[in-house]
Design a protein around this ligand. Structure first.
Ligand SMILES: [Zn+2]
Length: 236
């Protein structure tokens, strides 16, 4: 459940970053007038939604890449390299300000001289390999990396955030396509002693008559009794 909530929170960040909506414009004007959303710091005075988004942005940004068209992405904070944003490779504290990627282009190719001012020498070959789809009218496009089509899906987000436990033989046996869901669920509950047998029900209410219906001489009813040691279970 926690993983599902997290994947929906990533969706919220994706909508903020990738789609030109009124909501996005509002948040940008309210919180990011002078700074880029990535560099924006969490502050207690901000709204609950925005604070949540600030907490999730690092996790979400890893999976968002920018395809360069008009080059309007931030050269420093947007992940157009594919691996991470340029700021994460910088050792010094210096920031180039709000400069777009297109400012490092000259006639559809990368301007190495300008790049030298912003990036480390070892980063230049990587930057030169980034393709430029130079279309002035089209803004740079966000790509959600976990899917092959580049669009966000909750399923893909859930797959990247979920915490996978080890595959257990019992789980593999219980949850099988050929077994109807209700019986898988019933078996799962019985193994965890979560079925409403009399011994469980007693905990919640006034004492009831705790007698099973599976034996000739009625005995105390519990999951263990019904499925393992009762008369009917033994016969089966
Ligand atoms: Zn019985």
């Amino acid at each position: 459940m926690e993983d599902v909530c997290k994947s929906l929170e990533l969706k919220q960040w994706w909508w903020f970053r990738a789609n030109d909506t009124l909501w996005r414009k509002f948040l940008t004007v309210k919180y990011c007038q002078r700074s880029h959303p990535i560099s924006k710091k969490w502050a207690s005075s901000q709204s609950q939604t925005w604070k949540k988004m600030m907490t999730n942005k690092k996790e979400a940004e890893i999976h968002i890449q920018w395809r360069l068209h008009s080059g309007n992405s931030s050269s420093w904070w947007d992940n157009w390299l594919g691996t991470s944003h340029l700021a994460s490779y910088s050792l010094q504290g210096g920031r180039p300000g709000n400069i777009t990627v297109s400012e490092f282009w000259s006639s559809c190719t990368w301007d190495i001289q300008k790049l030298n001012n912003i990036a480390h020498a070892h980063m230049i070959p990587t930057i030169l390999q980034v393709p430029i789809y130079h279309i002035l009218q089209v803004p740079d496009k966000a790509i959600w990396k976990p899917t092959t089509v580049g669009y966000f899906t909750c399923a893909s987000a859930w797959n990247v955030v979920r915490k996978k436990g080890p595959t257990l033989l019992t789980n593999r046996t219980i949850w099988h396509k050929k077994i109807p869901f209700k019986w898988s669920f019933c078996l799962w509950r019985s193994l965890r002693n979560k079925l409403p047998a009399n011994d469980k029900v007693e905990v919640f209410g006034p004492p009831t008559v705790n007698r099973c219906v599976c034996c000739i001489t009625a005995q105390a009813e519990s999951v263990h009794h019904i499925f393992s040691i009762g008369h009917f279970a033994k016969t089966v």
